[in-house]
Ligand binder design. Structure first.
Ligand code: AMP
Length: 488
């Protein structure tokens, strides 16, 4: 066990303090609605309830459950997808195009009472986490930065470390404390429905929610473009010189077509340019792409085909790797992963993706484990050190995740004691044995497969952002090892 006590964890955090990172592209405000028991759910479903004076048609909800609407325009379509999500216990994210919503659904959403508002989006969640881990510099880039949004970035470390690139009057770009860098922009709000484990009855069926999770209705403002303006873009090579790594995410917000005629291809090509520019003066710069749930299979395929060839590391959950495999034409393996969640299949899938895109590393997180898959170093002694370092990074990531699951948020390094005190889940030993067997098989002689079991919190306060927390913790820790304890 690499971390025996909080001091060991603190020591590990110190290793991250000389790391500088670029984060792009998504931050938003999360409005959270907690569905803690069946009454909370029945309130949403009540035909006579008057959220926005809207009468819910339960028959339509039932019909929609069968037809599984991918785009949501009415309250009944939303409630159907919510019940289906709760039945599966899996995380779901659905884009919401405000221009397409029925007037009823608009009224319903406007009148719905949310329990809490906080920062969301990968850039938002990761910037605040890395700030309190005292990284040297975090450049958090998001195209929209309203005052409200900028205030939600918390410079919580021992120095203000979250910056935003601002174009000055003299044409130069300066990295400014993000709290002072806001513009006259719209605020993007995502509505998140977090449900707990409980059972309820619907349409004469008893439904047992297998696991607390959430459904996200992600807004897609028309003027949100996943892009960097030319003035800032031209500074990316210099910015890249002064940083060690980057985490890119948020491509799920790219739309197939925009009102001005631009297409997804235009934005994907520019996103590829951004990464190449960041790397152009710093060949050691490591770039990690954090995936997210993408409903549209064509878009999903494009994210992978455009961007995986130019990044070094990829972070995914089990559903995401299954969906990617499906886009790449491995539908059988993809279905097996979705249906049986077998680690053997997930490892095979990871190998396919790793090889196809020549990635340095894949990191997979599922409810029961976090895993790195990468190529071995030939020198055995060096490789053993590398494995120990990778394990430590994953261990650190699970501690971050369970601290956040337990407390809802991490407010200081001291909070990590909560995660450290949470034991591995009950399948931990079994998973470690399975992976050690697979690693020793002839198919994987060239690979390191390193797994750490998750520390599952039984009734998590919140599940939003756990994947981002895991991925950023594991990646930054990996980069810090390369920079500070490099054995290669
Ligand atoms: P994602 O689906 O990308 O948000 O990732 C969620 C990850 O968070 C899972 O893969 C788990 O490793 C972790 N996780 C989810 N629920 C819990 C929990 N209750 N306690 C601790 N970790 C959790």
């Amino acid at each position: 066990m690499p971390f025996k006590n909080l001091n060991d964890v603190k020591e590990h955090c110190e290793n991250l303090e000389n790391i500088a990172i670029f984060l792009g592209y998504n931050a938003n405000v999360d409005a959270l609605k907690y569905i803690s028991n069946k009454n909370d759910l029945y309130e949403l479903l009540d035909e006579k309830n008057n959220i926005g004076d809207v009468k819910i048609d339960i028959d339509k909800v039932i019909e929609n459950m069968a037809s599984y609407p991918r785009e949501i325009k009415t309250p009944e379509e939303f409630l159907a997808r919510l019940i289906l999500a709760m039945k599966s216990g899996k995380p779901v994210e659905i884009p919401l195009i405000s221009a397409n919503l029925s007037p009823n659904f608009k009224k319903w959403l406007e009148d719905l009472k949310f329990n809490e508002k906080r920062i969301g989006g990968q850039v938002g969640i990761i910037a605040n986490l890395l700030s309190l881990l005292n990284l040297e510099k975090i450049i958090a880039y998001t195209p929209l930065l309203s005052k409200k949004q900028s205030e939600m970035f918390e410079n919580k470390g021992n120095h203000a470390n979250i910056f935003y690139p601002v174009l000055k009057k003299d044409g130069k770009v300066s990295l400014t404390n993000i709290n002072n860098a806001y513009k006259d922009d719209e605020t993007k709000i995502n509505r998140i429905f977090e449900y707990k484990e409980f059972d309820f009855e619907f349409n004469n069926e008893k439904i047992d929610i297998p696991r607390a999770n959430r459904l996200i209705l992600a807004s897609r403002p028309e003027n949100l473009r996943i892009d960097i303006s030319e003035d800032i873009k031209k500074e990316l090579p210099e910015m890249g010189k002064d940083i060690d790594c980057a985490i890119v995410s948020g491509y799920q917000s790219i739309k197939e077509k925009y009102s001005d005629g631009k297409t997804d291809e235009y934005y994907f090509k520019r996103a590829v340019e951004d990464i190449k520019l960041l790397k152009s003066k710093n060949l050691d710069l490591k770039v990690h792409l954090e995936f997210a749930s993408v409903q549209n299979p064509l878009l999903r395929k494009k994210i992978v085909e455009y961007l995986y060839p130019v990044v070094d590391c990829a972070g995914l959950d089990e559903t995401e790797i299954a969906n990617i495999l499906n886009s790449l034409g491995y539908s059988e393996l993809s279905e097996k992963i979705l249906k049986d969640s077998r680690i053997e299949d997930v490892i095979e899938a990871s190998k396919i993706v790793l090889e196809k895109y020549d990635l340095e590393m894949i990191q997979i997180h599922t409810i029961f484990y976090i895993m790195f898959i990468c190529k071995k170093i030939e020198d055995k002694a060096k490789n053993d050190i590398k494995i120990a370092q990778l394990k430590k990074s994953l261990e650190f990531a699970t501690i971050l995740a369970s601290s956040k699951a337990k407390n809802g948020l991490i407010t200081s390094i001291e909070d990590l004691k909560m995660g450290l005190d949470t034991p591995y889940n009950q399948y931990g030993d079994l998973l470690i044995d399975l992976v050690s067997n697979i690693s020793n098989s002839s198919e994987f002689t060239e690979y390191n497969i390193v797994l750490v079991p998750s520390r599952i919190v039984k009734n998590p306060k919140s599940t939003v952002g756990l994947g981002d927390t895991i991925s950023s913790g594991a990646f930054v820790s990996y980069v810090a090892d390369l920079k500070n304890n490099n054995v290669l």
